[in-house]
Ligand binder design. Structure first.
Ligand SMILES: Nc1ncnc2c1ncn2[C@@H]1O[C@H](COP(=O)(O)OP(=O)(O)OP(=O)(O)O)[C@@H](O)[C@H]1O
Ligand SMILES: [Mg+2]
Length: 296
């Protein structure tokens, strides 16, 4: 469910768990230990955030996923929101709030500082009051928590520094006001995120380009999904040695491009696009070779 009129800076509001949010968590292939840490960090805050406030070093309720483009960061965050919401659902629903950091103007002096303050002091607490648990997703956190030590005063006006200060103050106040709120952040540029913000993160998880084994699994799962529509593709979907052979040709490819390879193969010729059942191993090899040649 999405609200039609959204507060400033908010690009989406959803109520979880919801059936149509199933899928992302399972679709991302990362070591189980990484998923366990993500879910563990999320559940600590969503379930016990208030009790943990009594500790000398309470959690800040911030998780940062950092890594190259197309390595599953946003998808993992969306999936984490759903599985965490399912795990705490006996105690009530979860609001998922999506923030667009680019809606905070930086060109006008004082403007973004005010907008950030409003987000942390008004918008998020109001949204968090709706349900017992809240997960806030901020993609490209480096646009909001700009690293002050390297932000040049020429390209980044004083306002940027003040806006980062406002994020840190806002975060600390939000923690006290809404201990069951979890902030999930992603970035392609960890070095551009403010150090004091990172120091507040309960978990910084780095995602990496998929290795050959993961690419093979992505190819298999793409083919399995297609085979549910076109059963003639079942033999291709079941051919593990073919997936391994194909993955070996996919050097340096990210997860997003790996997911799209099967589609690129289907799109390579009009007859295949018309009749996906005709897809062959040779078509897949050709698509991969074209893709990797284009990417280098
Ligand atoms: N490790 C992986 N396993 C399975 N699928 C993956 C993996 N990494 C990426 N993908 C697929 O790639 C696509 C893009 O993922 P996503 O948008 O989450 O990446 P991202 O890291 O947020 O990228 P960006 O930094 O460009 O925003 C999704 O369809 C996702 O399923
Ligand atoms: Mg993303």
């Amino acid at each position: 469910m999405s609200d039609t009129r959204l507060p400033p800076g908010v690009s989406g509001i959803h109520v979880l768990p919801a059936d149509h949010h199933d899928g992302p968590w399972e679709s991302i292939i990362v070591p189980q230990a990484a998923k366990d840490r993500l879910l563990g960090s999320a559940l600590l805050v969503l379930r016990h955030g208030r009790a943990l406030q009594a500790l000398s070093g309470p959690p800040h309720g911030v998780i940062v996923l950092a890594g190259p483009p197309g390595t599953g960061k946003t998808t993992l965050c969306q999936g984490l929101a759903q599985v965490a919401a399912m795990a705490v659902s006996r105690r009530g629903a979860t609001t998922l709030v999506e923030i667009d950091p680019h809606e905070f103007p930086s060109e006008m002096l004082g403007e973004s500082q005010r907008a950030v303050r409003r987000l942390f002091a008004e918008t998020l607490p109001e949204l968090a009051a709706r349900r017992p648990h809240t997960v806030v997703l901020v993609d490209e956190i480096e646009a909001l928590a700009v690293r002050r030590s390297t932000a040049s005063f020429e390209t980044n006006p004083v306002d940027v520094h003040r806006a980062t200060d406002a994020v840190l103050d806002g975060l600390d106040a939000l923690r006290r006001a809404c201990p069951h709120l979890l902030l999930l952040c992603t970035t392609n540029f960890l070095a551009a995120v403010d150090e004091a913000f990172l120091s507040r993160a309960d978990l910084v998880l780095r995602t990496a380009l998929p290795d050959e084994d993961v690419v093979a699994q992505i190819l298999r799962s793409s083919l399995v999904e297609l085979a549910t529509q076109w059963p003639a593709l079942e033999p291709l979907a079941a051919d593990d040695s073919l997936h391994v052979k194909l993955a070996a040709r996919c050097r340096g490819i990210d997860g997003r491009r790996a997911r799209k390879l099967v589609l690129s193969a289907l799109a390579s010729r009009p007859d295949l696009a018309q009749e996906p059942s005709r897809l062959s191993a040779d078509d897949l090899v050709a698509a991969i070779d074209t893709e990797t040649a284009a990417g280098t």
